[in-house]
Design a protein around this ligand. Structure first.
Ligand code: ZN
Ligand code: ZN
Length: 265
C-alpha cells in the first residue's frame, strides 16, 4: 500500500478529465489513504490554463468531498503553481486566501516558450536542457512553495525527440537546484507521469535522487500527475524502487504547510 498520491488534477484544471469526487473514489478503490488535489494555477499569458482556476468553487467542492469521504480518505488541499518565481505576488496572494496544505512549484515555461511544444526543442539538447535547469535554479532560489514538481519534466517531450538523456551533463546546475530545495525545506515530487508516455522516465530519476540524498535531502512526495481517475497511484512501484536505489527512506506528508516524514523503506 502506498502512503499517498500528492500530484493529481480535477476538472478545475483546464486539462483535467474528472471531478474531485471521481478522483477521490478512484483513490479509495486503489487503497490510498491520502491524496492531494493539485489543480493548475497558471498565469503565463500563453498557457492554455491561464485564468482557468476558480478558487472559491474549488474550495467548496473540496470541502464537500472531505465531508463525503471523511474517515475513508484524507484529502489535502494542494495547488500546482506555474512559474511561482515570475508570478510571486499572485501566488502568495492565492496561498494566503485559503488554508492550503501544500503548494507544488512547477516550471512549464522557459521565458516565452512552453517546454511541452516541439518548437522548444529546435535547439541542441544541451541548450534545451541547460536553459531549463538554469530557469529551475532561479525558480527554486526564490522558493515560496513546498514541493518542487516533476524535477526534469523537460524530458517528457525532449527524450522522445533526442533520445539519450543524461542528467550528469547538467550536474552542476541540477545540484544547485537540489541545494535550493534543501535550503528552503522543499520536497521533491517523484512524478510517474513520464512512465506512461513516450519518454519512459521517472522525473526525477535515480541519478538525481541519489545526488539529493548525498546532499542531505530526504523529503519526497509521490505523484502520478493523474488528469483522469484510472491512473491515480500509477507506477508507484517504480517510484519506490527508485527511492530504494537512491537510499531515500521517507515520504513527506503535509498539513497546512507543515511536514511530517513517514518511513516507507
Ligand atoms: Zn506540471
Ligand atoms: Zn500536474
Amino acid at each position: 500500500m502506498y502512503p499517498h498520491d500528492y500530484h493529481l488534477h480535477s476538472n478545475f484544471s483546464c486539462d483535467g478529465k474528472a471531478s474531485i469526487v471521481e478522483q477521490c473514489i478512484s483513490a479509495i478503490q486503489k487503497g490510498l489513504p491520502e491524496i492531494g488535489v493539485t489543480d493548475h494555477f497558471d498565469l503565463h499569458p500563453g498557457d492554455e490554463c491561464a485564468g482557468f482556476f476558480r478558487p472559491i468553487e474549488w474550495a467548496e467542492e473540496l470541502d464537500r468531498a472531505r465531508r463525503e469521504f471523511e474517515g475513508r480518505l484524507t484529502i489535502r488541499a494542494g495547488i500546482e503553481l506555474g512559474e511561482p518565481h515570475i508570478y510571486q505576488a499572485e501566488c502568495q496572494a492565492l496561498l494566503a486566501s485559503y488554508p492550503f496544505d501544500y503548494a507544488l512549484g512547477s516550471l512549464h515555461w522557459v521565458g516565452a516558450e512552453i517546454i511541452f511544444d516541439r518548437h522548444y526543442f529546435r535547439r541542441s539538447p544541451d541548450e534545451a536542457y541547460g536553459l531549463f535547469f538554469e530557469e529551475l535554479e532561479r525558480m527554486t532560489r526564490v522558493g515560496g512553495f513546498d514541493v518542487l514538481s516533476h524535477f526534469d519534466v523537460v524530458v517528457r517531450v525532449g527524450q522522445p525527440l533526442y533520445g539519450g538523456y543524461d542528467p550528469r551533463r547538467y550536474e552542476e546546475t541540477i545540484r544547485a537546484v537540489l541545494k535550493n530545495c534543501i535550503d528552503h525545506g522543499m520536497a521533491l515530487d517523484l512524478n510517474t507521469q513520464g512512465l506512461r508516455n513516450r519518454c519512459q522516465l521517472l522525473t526525477p530519476g535515480v541519478e538525481i535522487l541519489t545526488w539529493y540524498r548525498e546532499m542531505g535531502g530526504e523529503r519526497i512526495t509521490l505523484g502520478s500527475d493523474a488528469h483522469q481517475p484510472d491512473v491515480i497511484g500509477a507506477n508507484f512501484d517504480a517510484a519506490i524502487e527508485a527511492m530504494q536505489a537512491a537510499g531515500l527512506k521517507y515520504v513527506t506528508l503535509f498539513e497546512q504547510r507543515q511536514t511530517k516524514l513517514i518511513k516507507v523503506l
